[in-house]
Design a protein around this ligand. Structure first.
Ligand SMILES: Nc1nc2c(ncn2[C@@H]2O[C@H](COP(=O)(O)OP(=O)(O)O)[C@@H](O)[C@H]2O)c(=O)[nH]1
Ligand SMILES: [Mg+2]
Length: 352
């Protein structure tokens, strides 16, 4: 404990510092996380997901204790795609390859339908039944549908816990909705877009940004009746990506077809992911990319933090409310209200 004291960030709140110095529970959690104790890992993740003030203190103490002792070579694989594309099934298939290669794996799974059925986490349990049994695998399902596409405020913290547990890989499953793809991209070392066969018809509909973010576009269900369709889809995507520039300067998006059920194409997919990550670790590009992503996350968090602080300020609230009333009662034009509001807000900041 005394050794850790010297690493405590002096800018942390007094309560977190006190907690770090006083309690042994942080030590016990850290010890459990580091030894990949399933129960303690789950407990630690529940802690960072909690919004309860006391839990938040304990979570901050744990995350501070984890500090920079995470595993820098933990590969972060993000798999995105619409519901039903087969992400969970693919994770099971890919997970098997990863385990066969002697590597350990943490899976942060999302099951959007669980918000409706409340019970379909069981669905994922079935889809990931094979790897769920493996000692080398830890599966964490997202608890409910109130997470935007499987990404929440605590996803980064959860990943940090998994890295402290020294898993070789983390797979994050996200549903392609709204901002979640961009947020999950920043958490990734490699970004995989999974598609249903036939999705080629929707190329126009898939946002260009997502295609440029994808390091691998994977066409699933290359089996049974959808085999030919998967081939046609692959061709369409191979043509489409020729017109695009991948976000990473050193990489051209790969288009692969797989069957997550028959395992066809899965070893090739794993090889592609493994090579991508290991070559980027060796060249230092992976670390560079993480720093760039961290900068972008920090900026975004700073902006969100400031925005929420300002919006919670009662003087600011009063100004906004007053101007809302002008508009609601048709007492002035929008332009006049805006100009008045800006000058009132400026005064608040000038006074500081
Ligand atoms: N034929 C076939 N069906 C698949 C394949 N992968 C997934 N599925 C099926 O597609 C459905 C959705 O799979 P799931 O993994 O839950 O999709 P997710 O919502 O993207 O996680 C399930 O019924 C799977 O059995 C595949 O490679 N081939
Ligand atoms: Mg799923």
């Amino acid at each position: 404990m005394s050794k850790r004291k010297s690493h405590i960030n002096p800018n942390l709140s007094k309560n977190v510092r006190k907690r770090l110095q006083d309690t042994h529970s942080t030590d016990a959690l850290l010890e459990g996380v580091r030894s990949k104790n399933r129960q303690i890992l789950a407990q630690a993740i529940t802690l960072v997901e909690s919004t309860h003030a006391d839990d938040r203190l304990a979570a901050d103490a744990l995350l501070t204790a984890i500090g920079s002792n995470k595993n820098p070579h933990c590969g972060r694989i993000v798999i995105t795609g619409s519901p039903g594309a087969g992400k969970s099934t693919l994770i099971n298939a890919l997970g098997n390859e990863i385990v066969k290669a002697g590597k350990s794996l943490a899976i942060l799974a999302t099951d959007p339908s669980s918000a409706i059925s409340q019970g379909s986490i069981l669905g994922d349990k079935t889809r990931m039944a094979d790897i769920g049994k493996s000692e080398a695998v830890f599966i964490r399902p997202t608890p409910s549908g109130n997470y935007l596409g499987g990404i929440s405020k605590s996803t980064l913290e959860t990943m940090q816990i998994c890295e402290a547990a020294h898993f070789d890989f983390i797979i994050l499953e996200t549903v392609g909705v709204g901002q979640s793809e961009y947020e999950s991209y920043k958490l990734s070392d490699i970004f995989l877009l999974l598609l249903n066969p036939g999705a080629g018809d929707e190329i126009q509909g898939i946002k260009r940004g997502i295609m440029e973010m994808a390091d691998i576009v994977c066409i699933n269900k290359y089996d049974t009746q959808t085999k030919e369709l998967a081939e046609a889809t692959e061709k369409k995507y191979k043509n489409a990506i020729k017109l695009l520039q991948n976000n990473r300067e050193d990489w051209e998006t790969k288009v692969l077809k797989v069957s997550s059920i028959t395992q066809v194409g899965i070893p090739a997919l794993w090889k592609c992911i493994d090579q991508f990550i290991s070559s980027r670790i060796a060249s230092g590009l992976l670390e560079q990319q993480r720093v760039a992503n961290n900068l972008s996350i920090l900026q975004e968090k700073a902006e969100n933090y400031l925005l929420s602080k300002h919006l919670a300020n009662t003087s600011i609230q009063t100004i906004i409310e007053r101007n809302r009333a002008y508009i609601a009662n048709n007492e002035t034009t929008l332009l006049n209200a805006l100009l008045g509001m800006y000058s009132e807000l400026d005064k608040i900041f000038e006074d500081k």
